[in-house]
Design a protein around this ligand. Structure first.
Ligand code: CUA
Length: 490
């Protein structure tokens, strides 16, 4: 009985959730209302099956529940029932699939008056191309792709010379004009998705896929990649701005043609190099770990970095110059700065891209160097040792693996660690006192706590920094450990 009631409640709750939940699709901004209709048909059909099957289960649980002396009957065949089940499910599945086929054939049957827009995807950015005055897109081939010709257009094709290139993640479209979208990928599978346009299609390397739509509402819409394409997939985003024809024309005229990019590419200005560097930082996700404002993060901050002498993990030091920066991008683990975990992945960039990144880091360098206090000196005179330790823990990246709230991380949490007795990997126990913690920072592999992997890199902070760290870990000790410390007279 209880089970039957629960099943019926699940059905009622699901239907109510669908009707009352505040999450609904944003209104369509294109002609593809029919895509919403097919989704609605699918929802209704699968909803009916869901309700019917769950209610049937509830009835069966009630009617055929265990009774004293009752025996189950075995019925291997029931022609009539099977015939009905086959007919009903076939009709249901056909009713879900058929409308989709009708809409899909419209989706790829492009009207004659549509203009063309090419979308080019690569890890992890978008670029766009409009045909120029001639209304035709020039030929392209992957063999022409290089840093001055990111679209791989044929430089000898006269049709392509006036093509307008949009080399960033934001594209604009005129209102109420049907557009044929041609999709191309330079590396792996991507998927061009603009939810409000109800338009979405895979981009396959070596192939040009296409669909069309007519934007019907002005506004700014998000462009998403809807196919997992590597670590930067989540950040492969852009915008589509739909605006009146006049505003669109003005914008389009401000974008370079292919011929123009070829001439300017020959001699890039400092501004364009920095701009490219910033774009790379955004697209490659560098800023997730390297700050540009001097704040602490997982990797060394770039502010004041260029021209500075850095201590390396092996105790030697290095002058941060162009060669060192390039090496650190191409082979991050080769010469690691002390205090940073070896977590950066290798990037294979071409000379132009490397040059742009180095130029950007240079522009943030040297001049600010003297104003930037190092982590251990960052605190004012009023701050106590534990606060300095906290800042160090952040800047060295300790907190990436050691929590301070008791939650489990890659390494033991610092919450309640100090003064506790811990069991080591070899089965022996040890008290987590100053001596043990110092040893664990300087030589993490020596006495590993049971259950944790030996992944921590060795840190060699100054005595002052080490004491600050320990003061911070101490401040996270358990209440009773605190109490015994706070009342020495007892
Ligand atoms: Cu591109 Cu996911």
């Amino acid at each position: 009985m209880a089970m039957a009631i629960i099943l019926v409640l699940i059905v009622i709750a699901s239907v109510l959730f669908h009707l009352l939940a505040p999450w609904h699709a944003a209104p369509a901004a294109s002609n593809w209302g029919s895509i919403d209709t097919t989704l609605f048909i699918t929802l209704i059909i699968s909803g009916i099956f869901f309700i019917a099957i769950t209610v049937f289960m509830a009835v069966a649980v009630m009617r055929f529940r265990h009774k004293e002396g009752a025996r189950a009957a075995y019925q291997p065949e029931n022609k009539k029932l099977e015939t009905w089940l086959i007919i009903v499910t076939s009709v249901g599945i056909a009713a879900m699939l058929a409308p989709g086929l009708v809409v899909y054939s419209d989706f790829v049957r492009v009207p004659n008056n549509a203009y063309e827009l090419e979308v080019v995807a690569q890890q992890w950015q978008w670029a766009f191309r409009f045909p120029g005055q001639d209304g035709k897109l020039g030929k392209s081939d992957i063999k022409f792709v290089d840093s001055t010709n990111p679209f791989g257009l044929d430089p000898k094709d006269p049709v392509g010379q006036d093509d307008v290139l949009v080399i960033n993640n934001e594209v604009r479209l005129p209102l109420d004009k049907p557009v044929k979208v041609l999709l191309r990928s330079k590396d792996v599978l991507h998927d061009f998705y603009v939810p409000q346009m109800r338009s979405k299609m895979d981009m396959v390397p070596g192939m040009v896929s296409y669909f069309w739509f007519t934007p019907t509402k002005t506004g700014k819409y998000e462009v998403l990649c809807a196919e997992y394409c590597g670590v930067g997939h989540y950040n492969m985003r852009g915008h589509m701005i739909v605006e009146e024809q006049d505003a669109f024309d003005q914008w389009l005229n401000s974008q370079p043609t292919f011929a123009q990019t070829l001439t300017t590419a020959a001699k890039p200005s400092r501004d364009s190099v920095l701009k490219k560097g910033r774009m790379l930082v955004e697209n490659l996700g560098c800023s997730a770990c390297h700050s540009q404002d001097g704040s602490a993060s997982l990797g060394p901050g770039w502010k004041g970095l260029y021209g500075r002498t850095e201590q390396l993990a092996d105790g030697t030091s290095v002058l941060v110059d162009e060669a060192y920066l390039k090496e650190s991008i191409l082979d991050p683990k080769a010469r690691l700065v002390q205090g940073y975990p070896p977590v950066m992945v290798t990037y294979t960039l071409n000379d132009d891209e490397l040059g742009a990144l180095v130029a950007l880091i240079k522009s943030l360098g040297a001049a600010q160097q003297d104003n930037e206090p190092s982590a251990s000196e960052a605190s004012g005179p009023g701050d106590d040792l534990a606060t300095q330790g906290q800042q160090l823990a952040q800047s060295l990246g300790c907190l990436a693996c050691h929590s301070v709230d008791g939650s489990k991380g890659v390494g033991p949490s610092w919450q309640g660690l100090y003064g506790e007795t811990v069991t080591l990997a070899d089965g022996s126990t040890i008290k987590a006192d100053e001596g043990y913690i110092k040893e664990s920072v300087l030589n993490p592999g020596a006495k590993i706590v049971k259950g944790y992997a030996a992944v921590m890199p060795a840190f060699t902070p100054s005595d002052k920094d080490l004491n600050a760290l320990i003061a911070f870990i101490k401040s996270k000790a358990n209440a009773d450990a605190d109490a015994s410390k706070a009342q020495p007279g007892k």
